[in-house]
Design a binder for this molecule. Sequence first.
Ligand code: PEP
Ligand code: MN
Length: 339
Amino acid sequence: MVIVMKQEASPADIDHVVEVIERLGYRAHLIRGVERTVVAAVGDERGKARLESLRALAGVEGVVPILKPYKLVGRELKRERTEIDVDGVIIGGREIQVIAGPCSVESREQIIEIAEIVKRGGAKFLRGGAYKPRTSPYSFQGLEEKGLEMLAEARDRTGLKVVTEVMDGHNVERVAQYADIIQVGARNMQNFALLKTLGKLRKPVLLKRGMMSTVEEFLMSAEYILAEGNYKVILCERGIRTFETSTRSTLDLNAIPVIQKLSHLPVIVDPSHGTGRWDLVLPMAKASVAAGADGLMIEIHPHPEEAFSDGYQSLVPKRYFSLMTEIKPLVAAMGRTLG
Ligand code: PEP
Ligand code: MN
């Protein structure tokens, strides 16, 4: 249910509504929008008092049910787009943000060299996996904590913000110490225990769409994180599995406007994993911007043929630089700026 507060509701009225919701056994989420302040009351309704009676409380304008299965991520609750502040850099605002870097952190020299390239190209975020979800247990699994330390050093040298993946609940605290944004990979999109743990943090989470998940399932996964109180979730379309074999995945660009209609959360696109081919990254990055994406995630590597993972889809530095130049007219056409 959404408890819509009157314009003139006092802070004490709002506090009281929150208190009553919690007393009845629901969880209250207070959302202060520009137009209106609302309180979402979520939780299993069985065996509990009904929330309609909250209409009688001081300062309450109305009590409206949320019809969609996801409650906190939906537009029914919050009409304005969510802007996520990552230490002063906004995702979901007017600026389109680019997250670039290697698939895997391979060595200190490699991540520092790439961080400098990322910075020179103008992106504000460095990506790099220290824990890698590989299809084969015999493939490179990542440098783990050493990789995290290398990312932190690259951040100290360049001022870039670090995006890196966490694969299991045991490592959340460790990864959170080093990352500015914690990535949940496609394969973990429905690891609900992990999502709940991340929901208890206050650090932004980049949630990648599962390769066999519908948009609704994707939004339900985001809901797990918000339901625990962490509202800083960035959604990432990274392609889905279809019958098509000419690309690694089928990048679902429909998902961008579909999600933006259903949800207030920012949506970015990863054309590297979405295509699996370096030669398709530029056209699909442009298409993503034109479709309204709030950002891009791009894999780059100075020596793709030697990369420990995903070399074939990685851009060499000069192609990353041209991507950053070539998307500019599209960014401007969308009424936005490049972060
Ligand atoms: C990655 O970003 O390197 C990655 C493993 O992506 P995904 O989870 O989308 O496959
Ligand atoms: Mn990769």
